[in-house]
Design a protein around this ligand. Structure first.
Ligand SMILES: Nc1nc2c(ncn2[C@@H]2O[C@H](COP(=O)(O)OP(=O)(O)OP(=O)(O)O)[C@@H](O)[C@H]2O)c(=O)[nH]1
Length: 488
């Protein structure tokens, strides 16, 4: 019979299972997490953000192309040029002209600044005189000097409650090519702002514009990333400031950065018409969901691993107990066998030593049992052994140790029992055995028993005790059987 697995092998098996299940679950969970993460990341970086950027850009262009055309037409208008060359006589004519343009084309504002008189005309009349030292008029002197025919300037409109406006500032030249002023129209950036708001709310992404120095120039109505306002620098925004350290000035491309542990994906696109950068920024809300999924997955895996390991441990323990029981139990009589006896006897001797209590051993051997087998068959012999063992067990105390020593021989350890008491019990057992009848098949069988008894001497080994008891039994057999002999 193989020995039951030791605690060490059980622990190794559980550890191996833990390793296999743990690494298996961990690998599959992480693989699926990284696969989903990569695909979402890929879709954000390569599809979602560029798409938003394209749409916002085309909207901006739509907002820009029309005013450029209108302004170009105004700059070439013969009425405007003739009126200036004629000395700007009738202001009403100019304001009427500007009002016509504004109303007809649905512009937000229309203007003309005369270089000769420095007068700023608009549809409602003369607004003011431009001055070189006035910060708000810087644009005019810039346009005046630039070689290009026009510029696009996003600025607040003084004539319209400082509303953010895209101005097309077109140079006006006379018929000889001399600069005589600047004209154009202004359009509110409402459409772009509305689009930005729409994107920000619907798709949970930040859309904003930044100039070449890293200052925010245009945001949705609710502000820029993390509530920033127009005019704020990227350097003041958590996360983006770190990125700016690597990129001292904005540049087009795809970037990733962290803000308070959240991952951000960023698409930056340069808009040459404005000399601005369009930023489309999305934080990893979707990725956070996937990460949460990973944690739940891992938790479930942990739970399954724990359940499997518990079940396996229980099964192993049961198996061990079963093996141990089989290894120490006699199958026929269901009494402990010699191996079981060794364990129980060692404990009993230690107990007797510790408690200084008397202990006796009795060897009990059925007489002439060979005859029973020979005359009635082995199965009848087995039956007699079984019944004898059961009756013997019933006559003993719970604390007494009864084992099948082998064949038709049994051993008894009587705890807390001195020689005299043990002798009395042995004698009683012998008598009951002799009186007992076994009805097997249609026959009645009877056996007698010889018993050898000895009392344990403190400090004596089990081996020695058994040797002395065996000698007592031998004497009982030799002196005629069916008797109790005591080893002194
Ligand atoms: N049926 C059966 N017989 C067994 C079993 N174990 C041992 N025996 C038999 O018991 C008999 C013991 O024979 P012996 O050792 O000669 O002893 P005995 O006939 O009892 O004679 P004494 O012990 O000298 O009185 C043998 O025939 C064994 O085969 C068992 O489990 N079942």
């Amino acid at each position: 019979m193989s020995l039951p697995p030791t605690r060490h092998t059980q622990a190794s098996l559980v550890l191996l299972l833990l390793f296999l299940l743990g690494s298996g679950f961990l690998t599959t969970s992480l693989l699926s997490y990284y696969a989903s993460r990569d695909s979402i990341r890929d879709s954000i970086i390569n599809t979602e953000l560029p798409l938003t950027s394209d749409t916002v850009y085309s909207e901006i262009q739509k907002d820009l192309v029309r005013p450029i055309l209108i302004s170009s037409m105004m700059a070439r208008d013969t009425f405007l040029r003739d009126w200036v060359l004629a000395g700007e006589q009738d202001t009403a004519q100019m304001t009427r002209y500007l009002r016509e343009v504004q109303e007809h084309y649905g512009a937000f504002t229309s203007f003309f600044v005369s270089d000769r008189s420095s007068t700023y005309y608009q549809s409602k009349g003369v607004l003011k005189r431009v001055k070189p030292d006035e910060p708000r008029d810087v644009w005019y002197y810039r346009v005046r000097m630039q070689p290009e025919p026009y510029e696009i300037n996003v600025d607040v409109d003084m004539a319209n409650a400082d509303r953010l406006t895209i101005f097309i500032n077109y140079k006006v030249v006379d018929y000889d090519g001399n600069f005589i002023g600047a004209t154009g129209v202004g359009l509110a950036v409402d459409a772009v702002v509305k689009l930005i708001d729409d994107y920000q709310q619907r798709y949970e992404r930040s859309v904003y514009f930044v100039d070449t120095t890293g200052r925010i120039t245009l945001t949705g109505a609710q502000g820029g990333p993390q509530g920033t306002k127009v005019g704020d620098s990227l350097a003041d925004i958590p996360g983006l400031s770190d990125m700016l350290e690597k990129l001292p000035s904005p540049q087009s491309g795809r970037f990733e950065y962290q803000e308070h542990g959240r991952e951000h994906f960023l698409n930056v696109r340069y808009i040459p018409e404005l000399e601005w950068y369009l930023f489309v920024d999305k934080h990893d809300k979707a990725l956070a969901g996937i990460r949460q999924g990973l944690y739940i997955n891992l938790l479930l895996c942990l739970l399954v691993t724990a359940i499997v390991l518990t079940l396996v441990s229980l099964a192993i323990r049961r198996y061990q107990q079963r093996i141990a029981a089989l290894a120490t139990t006699d199958v026929l009589t269901e009494l402990p066998n010699r191996r079981g006896f060794d364990i129980l006897a060692e404990q009993a001797l230690q107990e007797a030593l510790r408690e200084q209590s008397p202990l006796c051993a009795v060897l009990l051997d059925l007489d002439n049992f060979k005859l029973i087998n020979d005359e009635h068959g082995h199965l009848a012999g087995d039956e007699v052994l079984q019944r004898f063992a059961r009756q013997l067990r019933d006559k003993l105390r719970q604390s007494d140790i009864l084992c099948r020593w082998g064949g038709e021989e049994f051993i008894l350890l009587l705890k807390n029992t001195d020689r005299q008491a043990a002798h009395d019990l042995a004698e009683k057992l012998r008598q009951q055995c002799a009186q007992q009848r076994y009805a097997i098949a249609d026959q009645t069988l009877q056996v007698t028993a010889s018993l050898g008894l000895s009392q344990w001497q403190p400090g004596e080994s089990l081996h020695s005790l058994l040797g002395r008891t065996d000698r007592a039994l031998y004497r009982a057999k030799q002196s005629g059987r069916d008797r109790v002999c005591v080893e002194q």
